[in-house]
Design a protein around this ligand. Structure first.
Ligand code: DGJ
Length: 382
């Protein structure tokens, strides 16, 4: 009797293992925004928040913030993780591409803040270049630095170069001498944030030490020119800078965009020769209404196109409870772009979810609608 019971137990165990393995191995064939916990091919929750993506040799690479559990997970204890995929649904863990270090004299030490890493490939140097928002350990969000790292291989390891304030001692190309003088004059006057931002007072304040950089992204244009786009001036104004030809530093050419617009979370894509940008407003980890904008030239002028979300009032107010991070151009499909966004869970950072939605166009404007489940055939015959 005991032997029969043991045998039955064994058979049950084998069946369970076979079924579990079969389930684990079955490939994902759609984006499921109702169950937005993306699992990697080892069935582990993807850990790459504030994502960036790039496409290399028939493969998509997803780079993002590795977060840990709890509130401390909003700081960096591991670094920047990467995944790869052939189809955008099934992602293989490629490990930690940029590691934080124990050395307490390094800016990259454990417990600093690394957000929104992005990687682009430099065709001339053959190097992969990563940029990210970097805050120094123990300084909250005051440092407002942009960081840069480089690698010969897309998945790394990336060699950390430095983190710094942008453009010390250089004025933006769209801020003339009269504006410079006026901003300096207002520096010590007691004026409100809106007026200060419009006049460029924070720009003048940080002229010598360099401009702040927080939420950022990169955009590489068809001709190889690359741009760094970031929330500056106390998150009140976007700054777009041309990268140097090797992408390892910023050139001196930069512009202010939407002074006083309070934009975060920029994500850029190009369609039919025009540049489009999604951003969010400024409410910390809480969602808010997205914004969109268009330009004929990356260096502006940019024209606001309003809230891109089409749906219920709640969806428009919260952008489906998400914040933009990247737009993926889908390879091999015309006019196919995917809006990638984070659904943050700051109280338990590792649990943050990822929402993928197709970008649609209406009257020349990019728009976003909620699709609980969808796949790439969405873009066929459009
Ligand atoms: C919103 C930003 O988009 C995030 O990347 C992060 O910096 C949080 N703010 C911090 O509050």
């Amino acid at each position: 009797m005991i032997k029969l019971f043991k045998n039955l137990l064994l058979v049950g165990l084998v069946c369970f293992t076979v079924i579990a393995c079969a389930q684990k191995k079955s490939a994902i064939t759609e984006f499921d925004n109702e169950n937005p916990v993306f699992y990697d091919t080892d069935s582990v929750h993807i850990n790459a928040h504030g994502a960036g993506m790039l496409y290399v040799d028939d493969t998509y690479y997803w780079v993002g913030e590795h977060k840990v559990a709890g509130g401390r997970g909003n700081k960096s204890w591991v670094g920047v993780r990467m995944y790869s995929s052939k189809d955008l649904y099934n992602w293989k863990n490629e490990g930690v591409a940029l590691k934080v270090v124990k050395d307490t004299t390094s800016k990259l030490q454990e417990g600093s803040v690394i957000e929104r890493p992005k990687v682009i490939y430099n065709d001339k140097t053959g190097k992969y270049v990563m940029w990210f928002h970097h805050e120094l350990k123990g300084q909250g969000y005051d440092a407002a630095l942009t960081g840069v790292a480089v690698s010969d291989s897309v998945t790394g390891p990336y060699e950390y170069l430095d983190s710094f304030r942008m453009h010390p001692g250089v004025w933006p190309v769209n801020f003339n001498e009269e504006q410079q003088a006026w901003a300096k004059e207002l520096l010590n006057q007691d004026i409100g944030r809106k007026e200060a931002l419009e006049a460029g007072v924070y720009l003048a304040r940080d002229f010598e030490v360099g401009q702040m950089s927080r939420d950022m992204t990169l955009f590489k244009d068809d001709d190889g020119t690359a741009y760094h786009i970031t929330a500056s001036e106390e998150n009140g104004t976007l700054i777009i800078s041309k990268l140097a030809p090797d992408y390892l530093s910023l050139s001196d050419e930069y512009v202010r965009v939407f002074p006083g617009g309070n934009n975060e979370a920029p994500a850029i894509f190009k369609k039919d020769g025009k540049y489009y940008m999604f951003t969010s407003g400024l409410t910390g980890w809480d969602p808010n209404p997205a914004r969109s904008a268009v330009a004929e030239n990356m260096m502006g002028p940019w024209t606001a196109l309003g809230n891109p979300v089409r749906g219920t009032e709640e969806e428009r107010k919260t952008t489906f409870r998400t914040q933009s991070t990247h737009v993926i151009p889908v390879e091999g499909k015309k006019d196919a772009f995917i809006f990638v966004a984070d659904r943050w869970t700051p109280q338990d950072a590792i649990k943050g979810e990822y929402i993928f939605l197709p970008v649609e166009f209406e009257d020349g404007k990019p728009v976003l609608r909620w699709y609980p489940q969808w796949d790439l055939s969405f873009f066929d015959n459009k």
